[in-house]
Ligand binder design. Structure first.
Ligand SMILES: *Cc1c(COP(=O)(O)O)cnc(C)c1O
Length: 399
């Protein structure tokens, strides 16, 4: 960490992030190689499309794609890739979007994949002028649903890989791609938060999208990789809807450096370090009344484990969400992974910690649990009040 914490000067709280890679907390810890590259390019001029030309083979090398480029985010990548399948290289059509008059614009997506990553997936399709065609039901889809939805207006199909999507009963990527390819429909895979940079293209994706700022530890950015013509047609959207999604030279160079650093990163060393954090937290929590800590594998198969902390409020004298809020209010603020907290558990994610913060997390957990246990009543804020408070705060911004 830098000697002087810039957050202090701004009056911002020095958050400890045990929730994972969250846009709302500043994504991830940017690797030093990316920071150096960004610093180096910032004062210089560069021909931007040539810079993207230099990045393309690096993206290709890491992903197995034919070509690639950098945009603002994975979400932007979805919009640009969809737009490219609609317009091809027709520059006039590119300028007309999101008006899709005269273009194929139906985009097939399994209903169980229509999730929110902070904004709705289907909105990323609609921004491009695409019309999402939801197939199957939330928890079941079969090949016939896909085949039955494809027609002469179909531009593309989108497949989402995420812990958010329904993890059972849906069509897997290989079969999804087979069904689409049999009718000439390109497959766009949102793999924003996945470690494996090659597997989705291997399994039949024509374009794959990653976030530059998640596991890669690059600056906020999105990586578009895939078949050359489709990638080029997505790239050309920079003359249209892509303008509002542009990235500067610093993000392009930063994410390229992060990709190169990824090739030589000590992945096993990081895993071992994270295992140490998880064991420390589990040992801290084990045996406390009403607390069950269990190490769990990542649901989409990323090489990452998390600690699931299940709480029996009767025994622990606090609900999982009240404990999460107590940790977030504390000094320093500790933000846990709480997207399933209504079931009275949250996760501790070890992948965005600076060394030493793991002991702060352990100490604060112990403090809050001891305090709750000695309370005479059970701390249980109605969950709907918590949500109401969250949205009320948002609607007051910037106050
Ligand atoms: C994070 C995420 C996104 C959004 O990625 P950004 O690069 O932040 O736009 C999209 N899809 C999935 C599955 C994600 O996890």
């Amino acid at each position: 960490m830098p000697d002087r914490d810039i957050r202090e000067a701004l009056g911002l709280r020095p958050v400890i992030n045990v929730s994972g890679t969250m846009t709302g907390l500043g994504a991830s810890i940017v690797v030093p190689e990316a920071i150096d590259a960004m610093t180096g390019i910032l004062p210089q001029f560069v021909e931007i499309n040539d810079l993207q030309r230099k990045i393309s083979p690096v993206i290709a090398r890491l992903t197995g794609a034919e070509a690639g480029f950098v945009t603002a985010s994975c979400s932007a990548g979805i919009s640009l890739a969809v737009a490219g399948t609609m317009t091809g290289n027709d520059l006039a059509a590119i300028e007309r979007l999101p008006d899709a008059t005269g273009l194929k614009n139906e985009v097939i997506i399994q209903m169980g994949h229509v999730v929110s990553y902070g904004a709705p997936v289907d909105q990323a399709i609609r921004i491009a002028g695409g019309k999402p065609v939801l197939v199957g039901q939330a928890t079941s889809a079969y090949r016939y649903h896909i085949e039955g939805a494809i027609n002469e207006r179909t531009a593309a199909a989108v497949y989402v890989v995420s812990h958010h999507v329904v993890q059972y009963g849906l069509v897997g990527l290989r079969e999804f791609a087979e069904a689409c390819h049999a009718k000439g429909v390109p497959v766009i895979v949102d793999a924003a938060s996945e470690y494996d940079l090659k597997i989705f293209l291997e399994q039949g994706a024509d374009i794959v999208l990653y976030s530059g700022h998640k596991f890669l530890g690059g600056p906020t950015s999105g990586i578009v990789a895939g078949e050359k013509t489709l990638v080029r047609n997505a790239f050309l959207q920079n003359l249209g809807i892509g303008r509002g999604m542009k990235v500067g030279k610093e993000s392009m160079l930063g994410v390229m450096a992060a990709l190169i650093a990824w090739e030589t990163r000590d992945h096993q060393g990081i895993r071992d370090r994270e295992a140490g954090y998880l064991n420390l937290w589990r040992d801290t929590l084990d045996g406390r009344p009403g607390i069950k800590p269990v190490i769990e594998a990542d649901p989409t198969g990323n090489p990452l484990d998390r600690l699931r902390v299940s709480i029996d409020p009767q025994e622990a004298h606090i609900t999982a969400w009240d404990l999460a809020d107590a940790l977030a209010r504390g000094t320093p603020p500790i933000i846990v992974r709480d997207h399933e907290v209504e079931h009275n558990y949250f996760y501790l994610d070890p992948c965005n910690l600076h060394p030493g913060q793991e002991t702060v997390v352990a100490t604060r957990l112990a403090e809050e649990l001891t305090k709750a246990r000695s309370s005479n009543e059970i701390i249980a804020t109605p969950l709907h009040e918590r949500n109401t408070r969250r949205f009320a705060g948002l609607l007051r911004w910037p106050d």
